[in-house]
Design a protein. Structure first.
Length: 330
């Protein structure tokens, strides 16, 4: 058997193991069940996305000439029990890694088990989907950037004005000047509940990840040649889109959750998010992964959640991700 055939057989076996774990988790321990076609497709999408992520991470691990993590980033070293639970929770919420900006996966070393856990990070569309599913009262949401020659006038609620609203005019759609800020507007059935939240540019930048990728946010980056830094170059990036997505995440992240709708899947997603913060993955993502984007059919972080607050307890040894939150695609 050739090496390529052996690899194909190993991958098939791992795919089967993955599906068996996911099916068992879907059944809740009451015996095997038949997944719907939609559930099968979601499970397959997660396998494809995670497999691509592991391959990219392992390639990066092997490329390191020093301080290389000794444990290979391969399926055999993944905590499959935890992964299956995470996949099922995310799938039940409706997050699909084959859809742009839904969810991304990132492997990180769990020093207590010696294996790799797979962290899930919701993209800005994923946040929208989850908040709509669990929100108490779902408003219509408007998100806009404001440029220097636009005309924007917020009209706040006061004793003479019962409805919070705004006036917004784009005076030159083809040359709007520079970004000066942005806003989101929540529209409710009862217009007296409508809410306008305004961000100046400083407040948008405040939510920018600490080590934001210049490929997407723009700026200066080091140029390397033959392992040596030879200078710097300017990268335009996709600054406008990053600013827009930052406000978009805030707009849906501030929808009130209905406590009666909270279920085990919502709690598990929340726990996953906290786990990533606890191991300081947000910073590791920015340093080791956000400068690269893996564009595949099952494209699925971004960027980390804007303005990440991490509590360093256990530093991951290696991390990578498929970047869906950053980039020009919507």
């Amino acid at each position: 058997m050739s090496e390529q055939q052996a690899l194909a057989k190993a991958e098939q076996t791992m795919s089967e193991r993955f599906m068996q774990k996911v099916i068992a988790e879907f059944s809740g321990g009451v015996g095997p069940i038949a997944l719907t076609d939609f559930q099968k497709r979601l499970a397959q999408n997660y396998f494809i996305g995670i497999d691509a992520t592991l391959r990219a991470a392992e390639e990066k691990r092997q490329s390191k000439k020093s301080n290389r993590e000794p444990v290979p980033i391969v399926w055999a070293n993944v905590n499959m029990e935890s992964l299956a639970r995470n996949v099922v929770s995310a799938a039940r919420v409706g997050l699909d890694p084959a859809q742009k900006n839904h969810i991304s996966m990132i492997p990180y070393k769990n020093n207590s088990t010696g294996k790799y856990d797979i962290g899930f990070i919701e993209g800005y569309r994923g946040i929208e989907l989850k908040e709509k599913k669990y929100g108490l009262e779902i408003p219509e949401v408007i998100v806009e950037l404001v440029y220097s020659i636009d005309v924007f006038k917020p009209i706040k609620k006061d004793r003479n004005n019962k409805i919070e609203i705004y006036e917004f005019e784009i005076t030159n759609v083809f040359d709007r000047g520079k970004i000066v800020g942005g806003f989101y507007y929540h529209i409710y059935t009862n217009p007296e509940k409508n809410k306008l939240v305004v961000f100046n540019l400083k407040e948008i930048e405040k939510r920018k990840p600490r080590y934001a990728s210049v490929e997407f946010w723009g700026g200066e980056k080091d140029v390397w040649e033959n392992g040596k830094k030879t200078g710097k170059e300017h990268v335009d990036g996709w600054y406008d889109q990053m600013c827009y997505k930052t406000i978009y995440r805030a707009a849906y992240g501030n929808i009130t959750i209905d406590s009666q709708k909270i279920d085990d899947d919502y709690m598990r997603l929340s726990q996953m998010e906290q786990s990533l913060k606890d191991v300081e993955v947000a910073e590791e993502i920015a340093i080791n992964a956000n400068s690269e984007s893996l564009d595949i059919e099952s494209e699925v972080i971004n960027e980390t959640d804007p303005d990440p607050e991490t509590t360093p307890t256990q530093k991951p040894q290696q991390s990578t991700l498929i970047n869906e939150e950053e980039g020009p695609g919507f």
